[in-house]
Write a protein of this length. Structure first.
Length: 362
């Protein structure tokens, strides 16, 4: 039994190296990072984290500091399912999503990291193992970049080893989106996968119109075309738009994914391990998608998620973008000829520069 001796909570504001833009969040200059370090009575440590887009990190910090630290004290760190359910139900009345689930996600990631470290296994092997080479794409947050800068960014990503690209859509005029997608397809050639992401910008009818306009450009998927809460709308977009749809980064529970999948409103379920309930929930979502014969993708937190998709036979693409974290991590994600490589270090292998993070403590 690995008794939890302490939780050390961190809250940081991470400056972004470049200004990021999308159709919903506008201009993003920094992200907020919440961390939790779980130590057991033997001195072993596991690390988890979640992030927000510039706001609400203080609420996540409060849940970790005031609630989860108390729930976890003295508990068996190996009883991850029991701890997950205790947090879920103890915090249920004010939870079921939002900051509560982001905090639970960070805690759960730390527990799995600790368990894998104690077993001296990389997380992807502890989770069952499938293939450490995971197809990945470079996720650009680039809606307002001029076309020449967008293509230059793409060339830089190709030089880093990426062989698939995602770009933002959702500009004020659809014809501008179509022109940029056409230019990107011509730039990449016919072989490389290209995805587009609207960040919930459109109504259902607008999304169907956009999907039909993008059809000639052979997209792997159209991501988050409408509000995540409109299950019937998603089904209409899948049925009438003529493109595969990726969605789920703004869903917060296994049951949200069950409802979206059952409504036939998604082609590529897309959980984010830092906001769907952690490793525990992510793997259940991935297996749920497998039961529906759907390929699973991911959002954010690629340094953790590469392990999860490396354990999934139905994985498709890992989304890779660092949100500025690479500057605070010892060994950033390794990309080789279009594949992210799950590391063999025990746990998830993320080693934060804690001294560096202290300089940006929120």
């Amino acid at each position: 039994m690995a008794r939890i001796a302490s939780l050390q909570i961190g809250f940081y504001r991470v400056p972004l190296p470049t200004l990021l833009t999308d159709s919903t969040h506008g201009e993003m200059r920094d992200f907020e990072l919440n961390t939790v370090r779980v130590r057991d009575a033997d001195g072993a440590e596991g690390v988890g984290y979640s992030f927000t887009v510039g706001r609400n990190g203080a609420a996540v910090d409060a849940v970790l500091t005031r609630e989860i630290a108390e729930i976890a004290a003295g508990e068996d760190a190996d009883a991850i399912e029991r701890l997950w359910h205790r947090c879920w139900w103890d915090l249920h009345y004010g939870g079921r999503g939002g900051p509560t689930v982001l905090a639970l996600s960070a805690f759960d990631i730390a527990l799995w990291d600790l368990k894998a470290r104690r077993a001296n296994l990389p997380l992807w092997r502890l989770l069952g193992g499938f293939d450490p080479k995971v197809p990945c794409y470079a996720g650009g947050i680039d809606l307002l970049l001029p076309l020449d800068e967008l293509l230059a960014q793409t060339d830089a990503n190709l030089a880093k080893g990426f062989r698939a690209i995602k770009m933002k859509v959702g500009r004020k005029r659809l014809d501008e989106d179509v022109q940029r997608v056409a230019a990107m397809r011509e730039h990449l050639g016919a072989e490389l996968p290209l995805m587009v992401d609207a960040n919930m910008k459109w109504t259902v009818d607008q999304a169907i119109r956009a999907a039909r306009a993008f059809q000639p450009h052979d997209l792997t998927w159209l991501e988050e075309p409408i509000s995540p809460d409109d299950l019937g709308g998603h089904a209409r977009v899948v049925r009438d738009g003529g493109l595969p749809i990726a969605a789920g980064e703004n869903l917060r529970t296994l049951w949200d994914f069950k409802n979206l999948i059952a409504s036939e409103g998604v082609t590529y379920p897309e959980p984010d391990v830092t906001n769907c309930g952690g490793v525990t929930a992510f793997m259940k979502i991935a297996h749920l998608a497998e039961a529906w014969n759907l390929p699973v993708t991911s959002h954010g937190a690629h340094d953790v998620t590469v392990h999860l998709l490396a354990a999934c036979p139905n994985r498709s693409f890992l989304e890779a973008h660092g949100f500025g974290l690479d500057s605070y991590i010892a060994d950033p994600l390794r990309i080789e000829e279009g594949f992210a490589i799950a590391p063999e270090h025990p746990g998830h292998g993320i080693t934060f520069d804690w001294a560096g993070l202290e300089r940006i403590r929120a």
